[in-house]
Ligand binder design. Structure first.
Ligand code: DX5
Ligand code: ZN
Length: 221
């Protein structure tokens, strides 16, 4: 069964509390929270203050995706706001190992995201230090984009690396995930599905989350 992490970027922010409570009562495993700085990505979203409010609505893990430069400046603040997992971008961290050590020292799970153009093999000397790799299946910055099909071969390659070394690292896939393509994504080796528009724009978000969780395939095809 896949871990499902709905992305609040697609939520109705006028009814944020309602949206959070809906997720809390649903089968969603994690809350995926997208932080954008208008520098690493062209868009600006929300930050620690909003996350702190969301934290009051649920005890589910907060999977905080930092699409920002210099994430080390803010790691502690996001921990205080309620982050359980911190995702930093490979492309934003020239001293990535130091970022990972910092995240762990703050008692959070450490994850690295790679953009569509970043090869999986660049993670080979950091993989053993990670809890999760987030494979971006769109260019980060916006919701509601189309899944880039080449991502599937990146997921397969990463699955092989992780399995060959017998590492307990999860593969998360972020961007353009739908109920239709989720089967192929899981079959390629993904453990965690992030879904924004697929969940929040559906008629019945709770049922859509259930459908994503219920997809069963044998991995490694
Ligand atoms: C994109 C974000 C994603 C986004 C996914 O930059 O990292 O988490 O919210 O949205 P959908 O599922 O709509 O592509
Ligand atoms: Zn994200």
């Amino acid at each position: 069964m896949a871990i499902v992490a709905p992305s609040l970027l697609a939520a109705n922010f006028l009814h944020l509390e309602e949206e959070c409570r809906m997720l809390d009562g649903s089968g969603a495993d994690w809350f995926h929270l997208d932080v954008m700085d208008g520098r690493f990505v062209p868009n600006i979203s929300y930050g620690q203050m909003v996350i702190e409010f969301m934290r009051r609505t649920t005890k589910k893990p907060f999977d905080v995706h930092l699409m920002i430069l210099e994430p080390e400046k803010y790691a502690e603040e996001f921990r205080k706001a309620g982050a359980d997992h911190l995702i930093v971008h490979y492309e934003a961290c020239p001293n990535l190992h130091r970022n990972i050590e910092q995240i762990k020292s703050l008692d959070m799970k450490a994850s690295v995201a790679i953009n569509p153009h970043t090869p999986v093999v660049l993670l080979s000397d950091i993989l053993q230090d990670l809890d999760t790799v987030c494979v971006m299946s769109v260019n980060p910055g916006y919701g509601a984009q189309k899944f880039i099909p080449h991502t599937l071969s990146k997921i397969r390659e990463l699955r092989k690396l992780i399995d060959n070394w017998n590492l307990p690292v999860l593969i998360e896939v972020d961007g353009g995930v739908t109920v239709e393509n989720a089967k192929d994504i899981i079959a390629a080796g993904a453990d965690v599905l992030v879904a924004g528009n697929t969940v929040f724009r559906s008629k019945d978000p709770v049922d859509t989350i259930r459908q994503l969780r219920d997809i069963k395939v044998s991995k490694g095809i």
